[in-house]
Ligand binder design. Structure first.
Ligand code: GDP
Ligand code: MG
Length: 190
């Protein structure tokens, strides 16, 4: 027995059908995770965002002609797992690992985040994107573009250098992770 679910007057047909993509952004504290998420969702740059806040954001987008609802967890740097973070780590479909091009330690931490994903997800082939943020601060650069590209290639992930200040490549990163998730689904169903 199957019946078409009724759509309430307040929700449009297309909105109720929009596929939700669960995305997690990881990276060392201070690399600009919150700034990137807020820039993507609200089109503004926030100079200060409480580093201890871990929060989820949603954003509708049209990516390659198909609607998508991005459900993004902006993680805070604490090592212990909060309940929300654990849920997202277990159910996240795509991960954005972010470092700052001005901070080599944050770059060195990218692998640790990848290892954490592998551990939690038992080496499932999870879509990942690597992002070198703060590329507007060229004069303070400590990690070259080539190093970023090379690391991303090792992880089998697309790579972007972003600036949350300039809104540079911000959409590319969030749309890119949806594309990676779709690509994986497509590969699984053919
Ligand atoms: P998070 O701890 O990874 O969430 O980092 P935040 O988003 O809180 O950003 C940390 C600091 O870096 C803040 O002072 C931001 O204003 C700054 N910031 C974030 N993104 C950029 C960027 O693309 N360029 C520059 N110049 N500063 C940034
Ligand atoms: Mg933050």
């Amino acid at each position: 027995m199957s019946s078409t679910p009724k759509v309430s007057a307040s929700s449009s047909n297309s909105a109720s059908k929009t596929r939700v993509y669960k995305i997690v952004i990881l990276g060392e504290g201070g690399v600009g995770k919150s700034a990137l998420v807020i820039q993507f969702v609200s089109h503004r740059f926030t100079d200060y965002h409480d580093p201890t806040i871990e929060d989820a954001y949603t954003q509708q987008a049209r990516i390659d002609g198909e609607p998508a609802k991005l459900d993004i967890l902006d993680t805070a740097g604490q090592l212990e797992f909060t309940t929300m973070r654990e849920q997202y780590m277990r159910h996240g479909e795509g991960f954005i690992i972010c470092y700052s091009i001005t901070d080599r330690r944050s770059f060195d931490e990218v692998l640790a985040h990848k290892n954490l994903i592998d551990r939690v997800r038992c080496h499932e082939n999870i879509p990942i994107i690597v992002t070198g943020n703060k590329c507007d601060l060229e004069q303070k650069r400590k990690v070259s573009t080539e190093e970023g590209m090379h690391l991303a290639e090792q992880l089998g992930a697309p790579f972007f250098e972003t600036s949350a200040v300039l809104r540079q490549c911000v959409d590319d990163v969030f749309h890119g992770i949806v594309r990676e998730i779709r690509k994986k689904e497509h590969e699984e169903y053919v």
